[in-house]
Design a protein. Structure first.
Length: 130
């Protein structure tokens, strides 16, 4: 998966989401946020546009240490050639965020000199434990 580094230095990649496996995909440019341990956060407006079904809520601890409850929604993500169900988190922000949960098992390369992002399945080696 190829992405870009924007003028603000944010690493962005395209992510295709759909309400269910029988609906059309919508592509979002998502900000890779390695400080977020979940999978994906979408602004409430994007969730409304996709007409996603609510699935519950989660407690979240924000960067300032405060704790809040956030609603979750069900969708399908097209992820490296596979459609997979995903629970996403809603927020009041403007930028979709891709977290570490979706990065596990992948290699992330951010090239700030050439403003490119590469996200690929990592080559398994004998070092390290998952």
């Amino acid at each position: 998966m190829k992405g870009i580094v924007d003028n603000g230095g944010r690493a962005l990649v395209p992510v295709e989401l759909r309400r269910s496996t029988d609906t059309d995909t919508t592509t979002f440019q998502v900000w890779i946020d390695t400080g977020f341990t979940g999978d994906l956060v979408l602004p409430t407006a994007a969730i409304e546009d996709l007409q996603l079904e609510p699935s519950g809520s989660v407690d979240a601890i924000l960067a300032d240490g405060s704790q809040i409850g956030l609603s979750t929604y069900s969708c399908t993500i097209e992820w490296f050639g596979t459609s997979k169900p995903l629970e996403i988190i809603a927020n009041q922000g403007e930028s979709p965020l891709l977290g570490v949960g979706l990065l596990l098992g992948l290699e992330l390369r951010v090239d700030y000199r050439n403003l490119r992002v590469d996200l690929t399945p990592s080559q398994k080696d004998d070092v390290g434990v998952r």
